[in-house]
Design a protein around this ligand. Structure first.
Ligand code: IMO
Ligand code: MG
Length: 447
C-alpha cells in the first residue's frame, strides 16, 4: 500500500526492472521517474523475454497503468517502436500515460552526446564517460537551459516548429542545416501523432490514486551512484536516480512515500568509465561476467564486475533512506570458495572510510578496499529452487542466510526479498522485519 520507491543501490543493472515487475503484481500504477533509453530493464516472462528501455514495466500486467513521468527524457521514435513491439508481441497488457512535461530526445541530442564525448577525449585521453550515446546528457542540459522540447510541445505542430527553431539556434557547434531541422520536424510530427493519445497530465492520476489508497511504484532507472550530484561525478548520468529524484520526477510529495526499496546485487557491476574500487579482473572476473550474463541490455557492452562494496552500500542507504533491500543474483555466487565483501576502504594517506566515499572520483579510484570473506553457499539446483518455492525463505542455504544477515547488520537495512534467477517466480520474500528485532533479522526463518 502507498508509494513504494524502487532505487538502484549501485551503478545500475541491479535487476530493478525485475523487482519492480514483481512488486507490480500488487500495484495499480508504475511510474518511471527519470532517465530514458539509457535504461535497459530485462524482464523474463513465460511468454518470452523483453528488454524495456523507456516504457515502465507496469504495462506488462493487465490492470496496471504505466506512466512515463515528468522527470524523463524520452526518444519519441524509440518509444513509438517500443510500444508497437510490445503490442505486436501481445505483452502490452496494461495501459500507458506519457507526461506532457517529459522532454523529447531529438537526433541532435544524440549527435551532441557523441560530440561531447569527443571533446572529453580530445581534452584528456581517458576522460570519456562512456555514455550510452542515447542523447541523455544533452537532453537534460537543454531541459535546464529552458530550450528543451516537451511532449506537450511535440503534439502541438505550431509549437513544435517554434521550439525546434530555438533549440537548433543554441547549437551552432553542431553544424546542422535548415533541411535537417525540417526533416526532423516532419518525422517528429508523424511519431507525435501516434503518441498523442498517451500524452496527458500525469500528476493528477497519481494524486487521485494516493487518495484512493492504491499502490504506486516508482520504478528506478540508473542508480544512486550514477546520480549527477551524489554519484561518482563526472562519471554519472544527468539526472537524480535517488529516492528524492523519484519524487521530483513524478510530482508526488515526500510524505506519501511508504517504502524505499534499494536493489543491490550480491556482487557489483559497472558499465562505462569511472571508479570501481572492488572491481575484479582475471579469471574470477571472467567467471562472474559469464555466470551473471553481465552484458549491457542497452549497449551490449560487457559490464565490469566486482565484489559487493559495503562502503558504497551504506552511503546509498543513507542517501536514499532505504527501508529494505532486494538482494539479487545470489545464484551467481553459488558454489564459489568464499564470498568477499568490502567492509571498508583505506585511503593512500592511511585513513579508514566506512560509510562515506570521497566525492572526488580520482580519490575514490585510489582507495584500497578491505575485504571480509564470508562462507559461500552451494550452487542453486532445481531441487533447491523447488524447496524455496514450497517452503519459502526457510529453505535458503545457511551460508546465504548468514550473508543476508551480514548485509542487513552492516548497512542497518534489512533484506526483504532475495532474487535467485531472472524469472518472475525466482524471487522469495523474507517477510517484514520484526518491529523490535535488529535490522537484518527476518521473520521467515525464525519459524
Ligand atoms: P539501468 O536502468 C547501467 C551509465 C553509462 C555511463 C553513464 C552515463 O539499466 O540500470 P548516459 O547515457 O546516462 O549519459 O551514461 O551512466 N548508465 C548506466 N549503466 N545501467 C543503466 O541503466 C545506465 N544508464 C546509464 O554506462 O557510464
Ligand atoms: Mg542497464
Amino acid at each position: 500500500m502507498g508509494v513504494i520507491v524502487v532505487v538502484g543501490a549501485q551503478f545500475g543493472d541491479e535487476a530493478k526492472g525485475k523487482i519492480t515487475d514483481y512488486l507490480a503484481a500488487d500495484a495499480r500504477i508504475v511510474v518511471r521517474t527519470g532517465g530514458g533509453p539509457n535504461a535497459g530493464h530485462s524482464i523474463h516472462l513465460a511468454e518470452g523475454s523483453v528488454v524495456l528501455h523507456q516504457v515502465p514495466v507496469g504495462v506488462l500486467r493487465s490492470g496496471v497503468l504505466g506512466v512515463c513521468g515528468p522527470g524523463m527524457v524520452l526518444d519519441p521514435r524509440g518509444l513509438d517502436e517500443e510500444i508497437r513491439t510490445l503490442q505486436e508481441r501481445r505483452l502490452f497488457k496494461g495501459s500507458l500515460a506519457i507526461s506532457e512535461r517529459a522532454h523529447a530526445i531529438l537526433p541532435i541530442h544524440i549527435a551532441e552526446d557523441a560530440w561531447e564525448e569527443e571533446r572529453r577525449v580530445a581534452t584528456r585521453p581517458g576522460a570519456a564517460i562512456g555514455t550510452t550515446m542515447r542523447g541523455i546528457g544533452p537532453a537534460y542540459a537543454d531541459r535546464y537551459g529552458r530550450w528543451g522540447v516537451r511532449f506537450g510541445d511535440l503534439i502541438r505542430p505550431a509549437r513544435l516548429a517554434d521550439r525546434l527553431e530555438l533549440l537548433y539556434a543554441t547549437k551552432p557547434h553542431l553544424a546542422t542545416t535548415l533541411q535537417d531541422r525540417e526533416r526532423v520536424r516532419t518525422e517528429l510530427g508523424e511519431v507525435a501523432a501516434r503518441l498523442a493519445p498517451f500524452v496527458q497530465p500525469t500528476e493528477p492520476l497519481l494524486w487521485s490514486a494516493v487518495e484512493r489508497g492504491d499502490t504506486i511504484i516508482l520504478e528506478g532507472a540508473q542508480s544512486a551512484l550514477l546520480d549527477v550530484d551524489f554519484g561518482t561525478y563526472p562519471y554519472v548520468t544527468s539526472h537524480h536516480p535517488t529516492s528524492a529524484g523519484a519524487l521530483v520526477g513524478s510530482g508526488l510529495p515526500p510524505a506519501e512515500v511508504t517504502e524505499v526499496v534499494g536493489v543491490t546485487k550480491a556482487y557489483a557491476t559497472r558499465v562505462g568509465a569511472g571508479p570501481f574500487p572492488t572491481q575484479v579482473e582475471g579469471d574470477m572476473g571472467a567467471y562472474l561476467q559469464r555466470e551473471g550474463g553481465e552484458r549491457g541490455a542497452t549497449t551490449g557492452r560487457v559490464r565490469q564486475v566486482g565484489w559487493l562494496d559495503l562502503v558504497l552500500l551504506r552511503y546509498a542507504a543513507r542517501l536514499n533512506g532505504f527501508t529494505s533491500f532486494a538482494l539479487t543474483k545470489v545464484d551467481v555466487l553459488g558454489g564459489l570458495d568464499d564470498v568477499p565483501v568490502a567492509v571498508q576502504y583505506v585511503t593512500p594517506t592511511g585513513e579508514t572510510l566506512t560509510d562515506y566515499p570521497p566525492a572526488d572520483a580520482d580519490e575514490l579510484a585510489h582507495v584500497t578496499p578491505v575485504y571480509e570473506k564470508l562462507p559461500a553457499w552451494p550452487k542453486f539446483t532445481a531441487n533447491l529452487e523447488r524447496r524455496i518455492r514450497e517452503e519459502g525463505a526457510r529453505a535458503l542455504p545457511t551460508e546465504l542466510k548468514q550473508f543476508i544477515e551480514f548485509v542487513g547488520r552492516e548497512t542497518r537495512v534489512p533484506v526483504e526479498w532475495v532474487s535467485y534467477g531472472p524469472r518472475r517466480e525466482q524471487t522469495v520474500w523474507l517477510g517484514k522485519p520484526h518491529g523490535s528485532a535488529p535490522a537484518g533479522s527476518v521473520s521467515a526463518w525464525a519459524a
